[in-house]
Ligand binder design. Sequence first.
Ligand SMILES: Nc1ncnc2c1ncn2[C@@H]1O[C@H](COP(=O)(O)OP(=O)(O)OP(=O)(O)O)[C@@H](O)[C@H]1O
Length: 372
Amino acid sequence: MSYDLELIDVGKVYDNGTTAVSEFSLAITRGEFIAFLGPSGCGKTTTLRMIAGFESITSGDMMIKGVRMNDIPPQHRPTSTIFQNYALFPHMSVRRNIGYGLEVKGMSKAERDAKVDRIIATLGLEDIAERKPEKLSGGQRQRIALARGLVVEPDILLLDEPLGALDANLRKAIQSELKLLQKTLNVTFIFVTHAQSEALALSDRVVVMNQGRVEQISPPHQLYTRPDTPFVAQFIGRNTIFSGAIDDRQGDVARISTLAGTLCGRWNGQGGGCIRGGRVNLVVPAEAIEVHAGEGTAREEIALRYDGNLIDAKLTGFAVVGHVSHLTATLDDGRQVSLEAHIDKYQPGRFAVGSRIVLSWNPTEATVIPAP
Ligand SMILES: Nc1ncnc2c1ncn2[C@@H]1O[C@H](COP(=O)(O)OP(=O)(O)OP(=O)(O)O)[C@@H](O)[C@H]1O
């Protein structure tokens, strides 16, 4: 099978000695929407720039459709890049901005016009085609940049924080457009973002990076519900993490000893076997947690129902915003857990702030991962 893009143990060391990317491996099939997500400085942009050819590759190989690209200059790669600031030419009309890449390639005017007209229609830019970009809104400029990137019919479109310059509402609207466009055109998109929600909403798979390394590559739901590493468990979603040692494992469920008692979750199967006494982390998503009143609670019944997953806490906050109740539980070790649910589930007055509560979760909704 030929992949659209393959990165094989790709590394980047800048001339000043900074290691920006290490042993990055990834294989992408045609039409996938991939996000590079991670904290500032983790190497997202450097990786994108290596794919585009703006940065040399220090080690490893990069292939597009089976052809090694390491030494091919950017203009000869079947990629197009959209920068965060869009880099549009202010003195040229929208139409000319879009067609500029084809002009540089020396394409005939007739052929160029046909392609530009087609992409203008696809992106609904007909009304502004003769205007100058500086007079247009952020959303319109973003669309022009997209049109300019797509008109050259790249195999892979690279987008560096494409929605970063837009305000929150416009971002949401353009997110849906971008996803629809990508699926319609069936072009491989790779985009860099700081924004977790954007990566989870748009991509088929998310690559989480940390300090130049890949932590996990997974579809959004799996990434959110089944982290492979402690970094991902902390970076994605709202998880409470209990460290401990494995007691035993029955089927998928691993039981572990923690300072908060014996708790359990689903063993994620990564990083080798599940060995008794092995150091692990139990990752409990906020969405999995159920709250019960502490006083008069039938503890045994809850313990039985949740396979022993029961911890004591104090309710330290309760607020209602619209239809959502926001609860803050403070664990006995001092950590705070923020929980949300529809107001029908946790009605105001059901738990008094300051009262003892019990938290529980279903074992299959928590994940046990090896500790570093
Ligand atoms: N031209 C350069 N020369 C030397 N070091 C660089 C250069 N560009 C980036 N770096 C360093 O490489 C590392 C990765 O940077 P990179 O810009 O790829 O990260 P990033 O994840 O895209 O960050 P951000 O989200 O802030 O853009 C950082 O330590 C950065 O300081």
